[in-house]
Design a protein around this ligand. Structure first.
Ligand code: HEM
Length: 399
């Protein structure tokens, strides 16, 4: 197959699903080459079994070039790895961070503690939306600020610094290096302050737990770890909130299901992550001469695995393009697979569950303010999402 350019063009009828070209690529005998926005060429892997093989074998396929090194101009694949930038580390170096992070951000105890905080953030944001003129851009004015506030709360960043957090996350994804430099300084200063405080005042937030458990982490490692959580959790979750909301507004029957039976929501969340997660794939680099599904790969070659390709592979999921909240989604790859699978997945599930059930309960009249065909989608970050997402409603009910 000839070389294509990422991101592949999306379908006009389902622009937030996988590009239609993926189906043909999945069936072709050899892997295609793709040109990526950061200027590199890569092999594109789209079949479920092949994606799992690549993600599950870090000895052959390393993440050191950065998950999004094919997409983000300010994060090129040859950038040096910073201390604390654990998603680009392998083996013992990587595990040192993963082991420390588990109790800080993913245990059932942490999720129970943070659930009411997430609910309050969502309710406060809806109360504020109720005062604004309609239509409202739900992506910009709800999904992004809710999500950056949740990550700030997770880390223990005070509410007064939320704006700074949001701006820091935005600047990472808007591709403007000067903007990133300008936003970094106050963000770093705020986190440095917090880390210094956590060294002397223990606390049950993620930074407090990290400091308490691993006194051998340097301040710089803690700072970069915190920023990494913000950057890794920001575009993924806010895009998913907007994608899932649009999917519900485009399909009133499914939205009604959520309103009538809140117990459906966790299954819906998992199905949305399967169907709509991480549009432009994950980057790997071959550590050795090898092959993937019969295509020879040379050490140093880049590989992009298409998570959406895998999650829509009919060999793994029957009728994969159909939204089915009762589907068995256990083996989906929307949160990755292998040693680098998403460390924030429990938080993402919790946040999406709170957001979708609260939207269904408090704004049952929520609707698109433009015809579906007129919704435009952002490109340039690893996640596709409707941006802007213009919505309107009759009433926002009290929380
Ligand atoms: C729906 C929302 C989310 C989706 C779809 C998602 C998806 C993913 C995927 C596919 C990976 C694997 C990357 C790879 O193998 O190259 C990943 C890793 C990661 N995610 Fe998420 N994520 C989400 C939310 C979050 C949140 C809320 C956080 C943190 C607050 C987070 C933090 C991370 C980190 C730090 C990694 C790197 C883990 C490692 O390398 O060990 N993610 N995520």
């Amino acid at each position: 197959m000839s070389s294509s350019t990422l991101p592949l063009p999306n379908s006009a009828t389902c622009p937030f699903g996988p590009p239609p070209e993926i189906s043909a690529i999945r069936e072709s005998a050899s892997l295609p080459r793709v040109s990526c926005p950061t200027g590199i060429e890569a092999w594109l892997v789209t079949r479920y079994a092949d994606v799992r093989e690549v993600l599950g074998d870090p000895r052959r396929f390393s993440v050191r070039a950065g998950t999004a090194g094919h997409i983000l101009a300010n994060h090129p694949p040859d950038a040096p790895i910073n201390p604390g930038e654990f998603p680009r580390m392998e083996g013992a170096d990587h595990l040192r961070f993963r082991h420390a992070l588990a109790p800080a951000i993913s245990t059932a105890k942490r999720m129970t503690a943070i659930q009411p905080v997430v609910q309050r953030i969502v309710d406060d944001m809806l109360d504020e939306l109720a005062t604004r003129a309609q239509p409202v851009d739900l992506h910009e004015q709800f999904a992004k600020p809710v999500n950056s506030a949740v990550i700030a709360e997770l880390l223990g960043v005070p509410a007064s610094a939320r704006e700074l957090f949001l701006r820091g996350a935005e600047s990472f994804f808007n591709g403007d290096a000067d903007d990133l430099d300008a936003a970094k300084m106050p963000l770093y200063a705020c986190l440095q302050d917090l880390i210094a405080r956590r060294r002397t005042e223990p606390a049950e937030d993620a930074l407090g737990i990290l400091v308490g458990r691993r006194e051998d982490f340097t301040d710089l490692e803690l700072l970069i770890t915190a920023v990494t959580l913000l950057f890794a959790g920001y575009d993924t979750t806010s895009s998913m909130i907007s994608n899932a909301t649009l999917a519900l507004l485009a399909d009133p029957v499914q939205f009604a299901l959520l309103r009538e039976d809140p117990a459906v929501v966790p299954g819906a969340v998992e199905e949305f992550v399967r169907q709509l997660g991480v549009g432009t794939g994950l980057l790997r680099i071959a550590e050795t001469d090898t092959e993937i599904a019969g295509t020879p790969i040379t050490a140093g070659d880049y590989i992009v695995v298409s998570v959406q390709g895998a999650n829509h592979d009919p060999a793994q999921f029957s009728d994969p393009d159909r939204l089915d909240f009762r589907r068995d989604t256990r083996e989906h790859l929307g949160f990755g697979f292998g040693p680098h699978r998403c460390v924030g997945q429990q938080l993402a599930r919790l946040e999406l569950t709170v957001v979708l059930s609260t939207l269904a309960r408090r704004i049952p009249s929520l609707r698109l303010a433009v015809p579906f065909e007129e919704v435009t989608f952002k490109t340039g970050t690893p996640n596709t999402a409707p941006a802007p997402l213009p919505v309107a409603w009759d009433e926002i009910r009290p929380g």
